[in-house]
Unconditional design. Structure first.
Length: 125
């Protein structure tokens, strides 16, 4: 996994503002409390194959910039992020800069504002 994204995308679930994807509070808590690095939804492959429609991380997948920034500003880096920093897979300097990015939410509650759009996987409507 790479960390080649310098800012959250417009519809990142960790992004402020109109167009950001809304995830259930339970899903956001699962993401931030799990010792993993959340992948950017735009770099994950989706399909109805052996993954059952869930996203599949590939060698081209990238760490979610919004996730990295949110973790650094709220909880600090999780264990896998720390390992990524130590091995040079993730840039700690970039993650620190992302923590100050003005488009990244400060709390899970910000993701539930009324200007959010519901998250739907392709074909789940």
């Amino acid at each position: 996994m790479k960390d080649n994204l310098n800012s959250p995308c417009k519809n990142c679930p960790f992004s402020k503002g109109e167009g950001a994807v809304t995830l259930a509070r339970e899903r956001l808590e699962e993401i931030i409390n799990h010792d993993t690095v959340f992948s950017c939804h735009k770099t994950v492959e989706y399909g109805d194959d052996e993954c059952g429609g869930d996203g599949r991380v590939t060698p081209r997948s990238s760490a979610c910039a919004g996730f990295l920034g949110f973790m650094m500003k709220s909880k600090g880096p999780n264990q896998l992020m720390q390992i990524g920093f130590r091995f040079g897979i993730l840039s700690e300097d970039k993650a620190i800069l992302l923590a100050d990015h003005p488009d990244i939410i400060d709390s899970i509650e910000e993701n539930a504002e009324e200007n959010r759009i519901p998250f739907h996987r392709k074909g789940s409507e």
